[in-house]
Design a protein. Structure first.
Length: 94
């Protein structure tokens, strides 16, 4: 699996905003089944998920892509900066 792109659909984030984050995931090896996409945030992060942080993405054929979409909330006290988010894609190969 390869995460080809990760973007904030709205382009910018202000305190209190709910934004959409979109990941483009490509199956770059063998067929993958039962994909799950997970976002993890630091305990002190001012950004948190509004929608589930674990989503089912189904199955992917070789060279097929899929988009995973998450809704995130920026706290009212978020300051300008970068905040790490860990993305994990799990799957079974048969």
């Amino acid at each position: 699996m390869t995460i080809e792109d990760m973007k904030v659909v709205e382009g910018s984030i202000r305190p209190g905003d709910i934004v959409t984050v979109e990941l483009t995931i490509k199956c770059s090896g063998a067929v993958a089944y039962d994909l799950l996409g997970t976002l993890n945030f630091a305990a002190s992060s001012p950004v948190s998920p509004v929608s589930p942080s674990v989503i089912s993405l189904g199955d992917l054929e070789v060279d097929e892509t899929i988009k995973a979409t998450y809704q995130l909330l920026a706290s009212g006290s978020v300051k300008a900066g970068q905040y790490p988010v860990t993305t994990t894609i799990t799957y079974t190969s048969n």
